[in-house]
Write a protein that binds this ligand. Structure first.
Ligand code: NAI
Length: 337
């Protein structure tokens, strides 16, 4: 590895631009606010290292345009937007930023949970309009309710910790249980079927992989309580959105708060013509499903924003510089295996 590699940052914000320009001033660094895609890949054709965020896609036809690439460093924990088989085949390494969401995303999860359980959105609307009707705003306590936590890694663990503070009963499911958690906190690992049928609120904190595509689907909704709330701050593709729409519309589910939604990358395309160019039949369905969800009174949608705290942003920037520095020094850190 040359001591002065060429690094290209995609999906960069003005603050990140200033930070990385300053901290990596001894390197050749270029920036774009565009995600990495077939059109923008040209910008990084000479790059040894690229840094991306969640809207970028790394797949075979894009990697072919980046012949010098040796390292991709994701400024995120999740890396489901990277085709792992292809990068392994091309001997490109991948690093991520583990753990930054442990407080940030866990706290956001509770914000969503409380906003749903205490009917915050209709309360705000009524306060703004001046037409108050408390009979339509009655909520429920978290204390004494059962929370089902799917995925007990960095974020899920902190969700368990906070839930204990609220006096909730906690059930958890993880294919790789962290047994120490059952000693540290008041919680119990159970089978996913049991978690779904017993929980008043189910919250998702698992990474997205092909194996858990639509893990929350019609079968899951059939098992859940009709009053249950579903919170997703993990990845949209974990939920079958069509089945969610049906479950909500038929009152088979009490409500949902979604920071992430299936097909969100398509939905981020602002220009309708761009959308028309890139979307598929399934893409139109995503748009339609989101429009329906946005109209339902028991649904909250936020724009993949759970990561967005000053503390998390600092963690992401610091770790990304460290990932690049350690790779250049020949001792790469935070590599995705
Ligand atoms: P982590 O890697 O520390 O924990 C993930 C846990 O999920 C692990 O314990 C793993 O064993 C478990 N898991 C794997 N497959 C599972 C399955 N099928 N069912 C249940 N559990 C499963 O990751 P961390 O930091 O807790 O983040 C979790 C996810 O949250 C990330 O992969 C990312 O997709 C998402 N995320 C979303 C953010 C946002 O802004 N909305 C910000 C940060 C992360």
């Amino acid at each position: 590895m040359s001591p002065k590699p060429t690094i290209h940052f995609f999906e960069i914000t003005p603050d990140e631009h200033r930070y990385f320009q300053h901290t990596l001033k001894n390197h050749t660094v270029t920036f774009t606010d565009q995600p990495l895609n077939i059109e923008s890949a040209e910008l990084a054709k000479n790059a040894d290292i690229i840094s991306i965020y969640v809207t970028s896609r790394v797949e075979k036809k894009i990697l072919e345009l980046l012949p010098k690439l040796k390292l991709i460093t994701c400024r995120s924990t999740g890396y489901d937007n990277v085709d792992l088989a292809t990068i392994r085949h091309q001997q490109v390494l991948l690093s991520n930023v583990p753990g930054y969401g442990e407080d940030t995303v866990a706290e956001y999860t509770f914000m969503l949970m409380l906003a749903l359980s205490r009917r915050l959105l209709p309360a705000l609307e009524q306060a703004r309009s001046g037409h108050m009707d408390h009979s339509t705003l009655t909520g429920f306590n978290l204390a004494g309710k059962t929370l089902g936590v799917i995925g007990t890694g960095a974020i899920g663990k902190h969700v368990v910790r906070i839930a204990n503070g609220f006096g909730m009963k906690v059930l958890a499911y993880d294919p790789f249980p962290n047994q120490g958690l059952e000693y540290e906190y008041n919680m119990q690992y159970v089978k996913i079927i049991e978690l779904l049928s017993q929980s008043d609120i189910v919250t998702l904190h698992a990474p997205y992989m092909a194996e858990n595509h639509h893990m929350i689907n019609k079968n899951a909704f059939d098992r859940m309580k009709p009053t249950a709330l579903l919170i997703n701050t993990a990845r949209g593709e974990l939920i079958d959105t069509q089945a969610l729409v049906v479950a909500l519309a038929s009152q088979q589910l009490g409500g949902a708060a979604l920071d992430v939604i299936e097909g969100e990358k398509l939905l981020e395309l602002n220009e309708e013509t761009e959308l028309l160019k890139k979307t598929t039949d399934r893409g139109f369905n995503y748009v339609l499903e989101q429009l329906i969800l946005e109209k339902l009174p028991n649904v909250i949608i936020t724009p993949h924003n759970a990561f967005n705290s000053y503390e998390a942003l600092e963690w992401i920037r610091h770790t990304t510089v460290d990932n690049i520095g350690s790779f250049v020094a020949g001792q790469p850190k935070n590599l995705v295996k």
